[in-house]
Design a protein around this ligand. Structure first.
Ligand SMILES: Cc1cc2nc3c(=O)[nH]c(=O)nc-3n(C[C@H](O)[C@H](O)[C@H](O)COP(=O)(O)O)c2cc1C
Length: 196
């Protein structure tokens, strides 16, 4: 079974991200092909990347910053990732980008899927993160969940739940299905060619 981490990508008080995070975790419970842990960036108060060398030049080396060291080691224990993506000024949150910057080898050759939220469902932030993920030698999954204005307002003002939006439930299923496909494929390939 694949070990997947759901990274909550925004940390402000009263954040909307708790809604999609809870909903993704609920959806994951119904699956027998993945086990999901939630990694809340509030629990990993990373410094802005503050090491003397870029992560790509320190394989096996130890970071000076204990919080960054704990983060990258944690990331290394997973087969794949889902991130909640709030869109701030047409980009991802700084805390999420910094979390990506704070590891390298630990992300390599693993799939990642995105759950965006914001006025336009986080699409512009997700597009930027796809490029970041490729640079980290990850496989960003095409299928994403976009929680746009209608569902966002429905949840925070209209007493609705994300389950009330059938297109979101369908998108969540596709996201899981394709993340698992890529996760299995990459895990198998890495086992066959560990130094390839
Ligand atoms: C600083 C800031 C900038 C934002 N910029 C955008 C934006 O450019 N486009 C957009 O669709 N929503 C934007 N929003 C709205 C957020 O994407 C939306 O409220 C999101 O759900 C916030 O996630 P959070 O509550 O987990 O922080 C912005 C919100 C903040 C706080």
């Amino acid at each position: 079974m694949l070990k997947i981490a759901l990274i909550i990508g925004s940390t402000r008080p009263n954040r909307f991200a708790d809604h999609p995070a809870k909903w993704i975790a609920e959806g994951a419970k119904a699956r027998s092909d993945l086990a999901l842990d939630v990694l809340d960036l509030r629990d990993y108060p990373l410094p802005f990347f503050n090491e003397p060398a870029p992560p790509i030049y320190s394989p096996g080396g130890k970071y000076n910053e204990p919080a960054a060291e704990a983060w990258r080691r944690k990331i290394g224990t997973y087969d794949g990732f889902i991130a909640t993506v709030a869109e701030y000024n047409h980009g991802p949150t700084a805390v999420l980008k910094n979390a990506f910057d704070s590891a390298f080898f630990e992300w390599n050759r693993k799939p990642i899927a995105f759950v965006g939220h914001g006025g336009a469902g986080g699409v512009r932030a997700i597009e930027q993160l796809r490029g970041v993920a490729i640079e980290l030698q990850m496989a960003p999954i095409k299928h994403e969940v976009n929680i746009g204005r209608e569902a966002y307002l429905g949840v925070i003002q209209g007493g609705k739940s994300l389950d009330d939006f059938a297109y979101l439930v369908e998108a969540r299923t596709a996201l899981f299905d394709h993340l698992v496909w890529w996760g299995d494929a990459l895990k198998g390939a890495k086992a066959a060619r560990p130094r390839g």
